[in-house]
Structures are given as C-alpha cells and as structure tokens.
Design a protein around this ligand. Sequence first.
Ligand SMILES: [Zn+2]
Length: 249
Amino acid sequence: MEATATILGSGGFIPTGRRETSSLLILPEDGDAAIVVDAGTGIRRLITDRALLAGRTRLEVLLTHFHIDHVCGLAYLTELGDLDVRVHGPGAALYDVPTADVLARLFTHPVMPVSLPELGIPVGELRPGEIDIAGVAVRARRQDRHTDPTLGLRFGDALVWCTDTMEDPGTVDFARGVRVLGHDSWGPPAAPGHAEPAAAAQVAVDAGAEHLVLIHVPPTADEADLQARAAAVHPHVTVATDLLQLLDV
Ligand SMILES: [Zn+2]
C-alpha cells in the first residue's frame, strides 16, 4: 500500500490531554479520498487541523465496532460538511443489525438532533473479507475476543490494525508477515477484552510482524512500563502517540 498513516487518536476509552480516543487517518498516495479507521475523539483533528487532510475531498470512515470511544466523533462530521463522507460499519456482519440502524440509535433526538442521512452521509456495511476502499485493498476479520465482536483490518503488507481485542490465535494468521502491527494493549491487568502488552507482543512475534505499535493506550498508562513489557518479547515496539506516522516506525 502506497500511503501515509497518521494516528489521530491513540488512546482507549477516555481522551486525555496527551491522547484522543481511537482514530487513524490513511491517505492513499493517489486519488481524492482519505480513509479514517474509527471515529473516536481523535477525528476532531481533521477539523482543528484541516491540513491533515492534504486537500482530500472524500472521506471513507471505517468502523471496527460501535463502542462509544470509537463512534463519538461521528457527531463531529457536522463540521466537515464540504467533504463527501461515507460511513462503513460492521452492524450486519457482527450484530445482525444494519449499521444505519445501530447509528440511528445515537443520531436521534434527544442525543443528537441531526441524523447522518440528514447530513447527507450514506451509511453502509463493512464485512469480513476483502474490499476495495478508495483504491486500497482492505481485508477485514471478525475478532471475537472483545466484550462485543470487533473487526481487525489489514492494509496490504504494510499495516494490520487490531484494536479492542485480546490476544487471538486468529490474529497471528491475519497479520502474518505484515510490516507494522498495531495491536490493542492494556494493563496489566488487562481490562476485559483487551491484551496485556506482552501478549500483544507475542502475537507480533508469532505473526512475524516487523514492528509492533501498542494502540488503544489506557488513559492512565505507565507508558514506560507498557513499552518494557512488550519489548521483553518483541525487539521493535512503539507505544502509540497521537500524530505518530505509523508507516515510518
Ligand atoms: Zn475502545
């Protein structure tokens, strides 16, 4: 994949002064589209620092699941009305409920007075398997080791993004030979449905991933401790920070 990947939000659950919650911006080398994985509070950076979009006029938002720290930023799309935005989510595939129906529960009075359809934002499905998003081949895999099922995403041999999952033998096959594995990390002790840093690092070792980036960082994390625990298992570990250029690690 010829692209840049910028972490807009590297934190899990609660935003802090240091980290917004989950969001990743991918700019394919060619074309007019940007891809965003998850709409945590980090997606606000596209509004507060519009230059990050590098003039792209289309935004394809991929949702790994619907937990609040991954979808709250969909409300901020009201401020990107000049872009052609589409949202793709795993409602039908993971929960047997169309993504539009899941999001309609949020985007309605009295929580949010403007719905995505009213904003002119189409909502479609993201299913396990291989799909083309803005000219980029994206592979999605169902992850069953969180408190609700989630999707892991693979972008060619450049990047695998596995947020909100415990360590999972299926991830090893999914991430086989990838250059950068972004893997959920929490604790110890890990919160339910998350991976301890050493366990995430073992997945990276088993998959032969060149570099491990610990993502979905806990709001009160001891970063040096996270790093040390993972680095005891895998030789190339980075604790994600906001605005990290993920493919340059
Ligand atoms: Zn989360």
